[in-house]
Design a protein around this ligand. Structure first.
Ligand SMILES: [Cu+2]
Length: 405
């Protein structure tokens, strides 16, 4: 099966990427086909319809006689994207007029260790090499101009659907790049808030790419920055960008995680694992422990952190153990933030932001408070906070000791 799906194609060209479609076809014949024999054939039909949707979506935009965009008044700036959990340099309050923010993302397919303890690994499909893809930040009214590059060495076709954008499947219909191709998409950020973006090449390839890491977030700030319900400005000292990733890693008959030679080789096995809807791992920032121990997030007492949480495929309930969501935006930044939240909600297929000012030093765990996911599947990050302990807020009056009955 593996051989059939990966016929050992050399570094690719446009021809072999039909491999993306080829893979889908192969799965229809092998993996998915096997399902079809046991179940109704409807999913295959749905897959085929969805696979071609992006082409239809592209027609509307590319064949129209619409006027060119009015770019007068915009200033061009480049945004250097950085790897998570960090955020690119940005202004919290926009200065000057609207901008065209130029960014570049490269679709990188790379073998990543998901869990060192078990050796579980995945041929991750990524934007710029990281899971999640980099955080993009702009202001409402800005244009985002993305150059999307798919290296010649890739095995698969990719694209991008920005939930923050309007039209053509979020840009998915206009950004299909085969290995060796690039494209440029410009769209206007009209909705302030945090939004997910993800690869959506069509059909079952959509969840396959998304559950192999190909998703991230963009934060569209109001031009005058974040505010509380009374309109008072809210500012942060740093951003912690957290991407929740569900993986469905295939196992062999002994329960050991399988390994593969190249991206895409796990396609049929992965589809089978994905159909269970039960992730083998649900981690923050690509791997178990990516944000704990020596990789923990850092802060100081008195500092305000904005936690931007992306969850492209599964619902999540972030909770900061020992702290709170002082202000939480589950929806638009123009909505009044929720306040004093113990646990908040990130709908699968979205991103949300929570703001907290640390009041005590120590280690805080930021978890998915489905604690099975948080403690057993990898959905945990740590904040290590420096500063002076405040006994007014908490004090160990009596340390644990035996008591007389
Ligand atoms: Cu992709």
């Amino acid at each position: 099966m593996t051989k059939f799906i990966n016929p050992g194609l050399a570094p690719t060209s446009r021809r072999n990427v039909l491999r993306g479609s080829l893979l889908a076809g192969a799965a229809a014949v092998s993996g998915a086909g096997a399902f079809a024999a046991r179940r109704t054939p409807q999913p295959l039909k749905a897959d085929a319809v969805s696979r071609n949707l992006h082409k239809a979506a592209a027609d509307g935009a590319t064949e129209s006689t619409a006027k060119p965009a009015d770019l007068s008044g915009y200033t061009r700036v480049k945004q250097e994207l950085v790897a998570p959990p960090f955020a690119p340099e940005h202004e919290q309050v926009a200065t000057g007029g609207p901008k065209i923010i130029e960014i570049t993302m490269v679709t990188e397919e790379r073998l990543m260790v998901v869990d060192e303890d078990t050796g579980a690994s995945v041929w991750a499909l990524t934007y710029n090499g990281s899971v999640p893809g980099p955080l993009i930040i702009c202001h409402e009214g800005d244009m985002v101009e993305l150059t999307l590059r798919n290296p010649e060495s890739s095995m698969m076709e990719h694209n991008i659907d920005f939930h923050a954008s309007t039209g053509a499947l979020g840009g998915g219909g206009l950004t299909h790049v085969y290995p060796g191709e690039e494209c440029v998409l410009r769209w206007k950020a009209t909705k302030p808030g945090c939004f997910t973006y993800h690869c959506a090449p069509g059909g079952a390839m959509i969840p396959y790419h998304v559950t192999h890491g190909m998703n991230g977030a963009i934060m569209v700030l109001p031009r005058d920055g974040l505010k509380d319900a009374e309109g008072n400005p809210l500012r942060y000292d740093s951003i912690a960008y957290i991407g929740e990733q569900d993986y469905y890693l295939p196992m062999d008959e002994n329960g050991d995680y399988k390994s593969y030679d190249a991206a895409g080789d796990d396609y049929a096995d992965s589809l089978e694992a994905m159909r269970t809807l039960v992730p083998t791992h649900q981690v923050f920032n690509g791997a178990v422990g990516a944000l704990t121990g020596e990789n923990a997030l850092k802060a100081k007492v008195g500092e305000t952190v904005l936690m931007v949480h992306n969850s492209c495929n599964v619902d999540s309930r972030p909770h900061l153990i020992g702290g709170h969501g002082n202000y939480v935006w589950e929806s638009s930044f123009t909505d009044q933030p929720l306040t004093g939240m113990e646990t908040w909600f990130v709908r699968g297929g979205s991103a949300a932001a929570a703001m907290y000012t640390f009041e005590q030093p120590g280690v805080y765990a930021y978890v998915n408070h489905n604690l099975i996911i948080g403690a057993m599947l990898g959905g945990t990050a740590h904040f290590v906070v420096e500063g002076e302990w405040d006994n007014n807020l908490m004090e160990q009056v009596v340390a644990p000791r035996p008591f007389a009955t």
